[in-house]
Ligand binder design. Structure first.
Ligand code: GLU
Length: 430
């Protein structure tokens, strides 16, 4: 079993396992194990002090047989071509499982966003669009926000693209701000979608959601709305949340035995997901350094930060009480940790199913942009719930009928849709 935490090797190992189970042809593997296209660009940016700094950027298009490539753009100090490749690959499976007519892509820029001013961020994303505009577009590849990027940045990118092509083109990017071509409900979408899949998992396992507790790793956009949604829709209790403190360069877990107040915590969290420790302490939160979130006695464990967090080593710290692992992050679990979880019978809601709510509402945003007609928040949330519920159930049915681990079942559902489209388009022999 692979113990690699290299995201691309993880993504390929996950795919290979299911490709073997399905007996996939070599021609299909040769397409799907690798991205179809990738762009590596250098982006010169004038900094506030007048100097020019050159940044490294990537955009990877894994597969567009079912529709335009789709996926976020990350700002991360340790971004590599391999992390972007893995994330692009997972997007192909995500759009297929969610049953939306899009492919898989991802972008990344090697930078710690908290070191940039707003003006520098704007010039960097505009520079990125200048470098790749010929290769993106509403019918080619549609970026969106992700770790380290915001709706405002998407607004600047849409403006840059529209200026270059000379036509207002809101559909080139999703996750734009409200009033700037964005959709109602997009900000909450990933987190709320995670909660809808947890609700369905509890229904299947016969668990009463209102009696449950959860622990969340990460308090960025996704973690915040998972916490809010877990209380709002399920009536459950969030025992603790953890965050990466960008000042101390350490992670901390914030616990409240009576249940955290996600709205209060959100109000004391900066735009990079760092919670103010003094204010939290003042409000009675217990603060522990390190990965205490992982070993709490809770019913649901929700990694909502980065890839490669639950490994063959760290999986041993997970409490026996945990019934559900809901992967709000992309790629949080390594294949050797999967082997342990599957053996133990933990119900894993795999990442590209669990967190598909963001791209699902991105799809709805693109539809609204095309129609130039905008929907209410209620309409968006209702459609999101329907899509997530039906995606969850297609994976559950596959897992039950084939007797396989839920991640493998999700791959089977996704690969089937992608392969069918490849055959229909004549990319591979029927
Ligand atoms: N970045 C999000 C993801 O990983 C959303 C992608 C999108 O909306 O295109 O799913």
């Amino acid at each position: 079993m692979s113990s690699s935490t290299n995201a691309y090797e993880m993504a390929q190992a996950q795919f290979d396992k299911v490709a073997d189970q399905l007996g996939l042809d070599q021609q299909v593997r040769d397409y799907l194990r690798y991205p179809m296209r990738e762009f590596h660009v250098r982006i010169p940016v004038r900094m506030d002090d007048g100097t020019i700094r050159v940044f490294q950027g990537y955009r990877v298009q894994h597969n567009d047989v079912r529709g335009p490539n789709k996926g976020g753009l990350r700002f991360a100090a340790n971004e590599t071509a391999d992390t972007v490749r893995a994330l692009a690959m997972w997007m192909t499976w995500k759009t297929a499982v969610a049953d939306i007519p899009l492919g898989g892509g991802k972008g990344g820029i090697v930078v710690d966003p908290s070191t940039l001013s707003d003006g520098e961020k704007e010039r960097l994303v505009r520079g990125f669009v200048k470098a790749i505009w010929k290769n993106i577009g509403p019918r080619q590849d549609v970026p969106a926000p992700d770790v380290g990027t915001t709706p405002q940045m998407m607004g600047w990118m849409m403006d840059e693209y529209s200026s270059i092509v000379g036509t207002y083109t809101p559909g080139v990017i999703t996750g734009k701000p409200l009033g700037g071509g964005g959709s109602e409900g997009r900000t909450e979408a990933t987190g709320f979608g995670v909660v809808f899949t947890i609700r369905e998992a509890m229904k299947h396992l016969g668990i009463d959601p209102s009696t449950t507790t959860a622990s969340i790793q990460g308090f960025g956009n996704v973690g915040q709305y998972v916490a809010i949604g877990f209380q709002k829709f399920l009536g459950g209790k969030i025992l603790c949340v953890s965050c990466w403190d960008r000042n101390d360069k350490k992670s901390y877990t914030f616990t409240n035995e009576a249940g955290v107040d996600p709205h209060f915590l959100k109000s004391i969290t900066d735009q990079y997901g760092t919670i103010d420790k003094d204010k939290a302490r003042g409000a009675g939160y217990l603060i522990e350094e390190g990965d205490a979130w992982l070993s709490k006695d809770v019913d649901v464990l929700i990694p909502a930060a980065l890839e490669g967090q639950i490994t063959g080593e760290t999986v041993k710290k997970i409490s026996q009480k945990v019934r559900i692992l809901a992967e709000a992050a992309n790629g949080p679990t390594t294949p050797d940790a999967d082997a342990v979880l599957s053996e133990r019978g933990t119900f894993v809601i795999p990442d590209f199913l669990c967190n598909a709510g963001g791209v699902t509402v991105s799809y709805m945003e693109g539809v609204q942009n095309d129609q130039n007609f905008y929907w209410s928040k209620e309409e968006v949330q209702e459609r999101l719930d329907q899509k997530m519920t039906s995606a969850f159930n297609s994976v559950l049915q596959m897992a039950l009928s084939k007797g396989v681990y839920t991640r493998d079942a999700a791959y089977m559902v996704a690969i089937d849709k992608v392969v069918r489209a490849m055959k229909l388009r004549g990319w591979i022999s029927a």
